[in-house]
Design a protein around this ligand. Sequence first.
Ligand SMILES: *[C@@H]1O[C@H](CO)[C@@H](O)[C@H](O)[C@H]1NC(C)=O
Ligand SMILES: *[C@@H]1O[C@H](CO)[C@@H](O)[C@H](O)[C@H]1NC(C)=O
Length: 304
Amino acid sequence: MRFSILSVLSALSALGHALPNKLQTRDISADELSEFKFWVQYAAAAYCYDSYTAKAGSKLACSAGNCPDVEAAGATIVYDFSNTTLTDTAGFVALDNTNKAIVLSFRGSYSIRNWLADVDFPYTDPGLCDGCEAEMGFWNSWAFVKDPISKVLTETIASNPDYELVVVGHSLGAGIATLAAADLRGMGHPSTKMYAFASPRLANPALADYITAQGNNYRFTHTNDPVPKLPLLAMGYVHVSPEYWITSGDNVTVTTSDVQKLEGTVNLNGNTGTGALLISDIPAHHWYFEQADGCLGAGLPFRA
Ligand SMILES: *[C@@H]1O[C@H](CO)[C@@H](O)[C@H](O)[C@H]1NC(C)=O
Ligand SMILES: *[C@@H]1O[C@H](CO)[C@@H](O)[C@H](O)[C@H]1NC(C)=O
């Protein structure tokens, strides 16, 4: 068989447009950078004990000092959830009158190392589209809390019809946030925005294409963070596009030239192309413009 450049290109294209081409990457703008540095603060807030156990009406605050702009906005908690299910989904719905936003934020799990050591990532049919399969743990995490949350969102949107709906999360919380946003868009909130920091893969190609086509997806990775490398491509999982790949080192202030926007559900120019998944690379998992899980720690249940 003779290989033409076209057949090579279409093979790469079938891989999810993983062309090793600089044209496929670009730096972000200053406005985008400040948006990203803002929304990660809502993901960070979900790690703070007071955020997912607070009473409705109380102000969001981060004991780790990593959500100053959310605090300055005076955002209040409308609804919080934790320990409600077997999957230990936790987080909050917040109302931000300064930025005219209703924010649904999911906390990452405490047992990230156990999750990385897991070998079994079964699929389930989320009922979102033909041939779509979602990672079962993430889908169940959302499915168990979906009814009360969507009721709260519907009421909150009815009282604030000009506000945008934003779904955020870091780590395993980002996996839940991605599926929640995809589902909510189909439930009458089509312009829901999604900010996923350090999300694992959670979709087969059909579902990843479906969520990608919905738009308003902002999925971040950092250098060689191992978490977005799981579940493996070989298990049939791919990512939602685009990827915003942060290339500055741990704890180094992120500038516009340190974030590249990469298209495709498999793109070897970003985190996916940084080599084998190594548990020793976990430090990269914490730094997403800031210490995203800085509120983890004292007094929190670290599940073995
Ligand atoms: C969750 O449940 C555990 C065990 O019952 C308890 O120790 C912990 O305080 C609970 N956490 C929250 C946020 O309610
Ligand atoms: C980054 O900051 C965190 C929290 O202060 C610290 O634990 C970690 O060791 C720092 N990492 C580097 C590479 O400086």
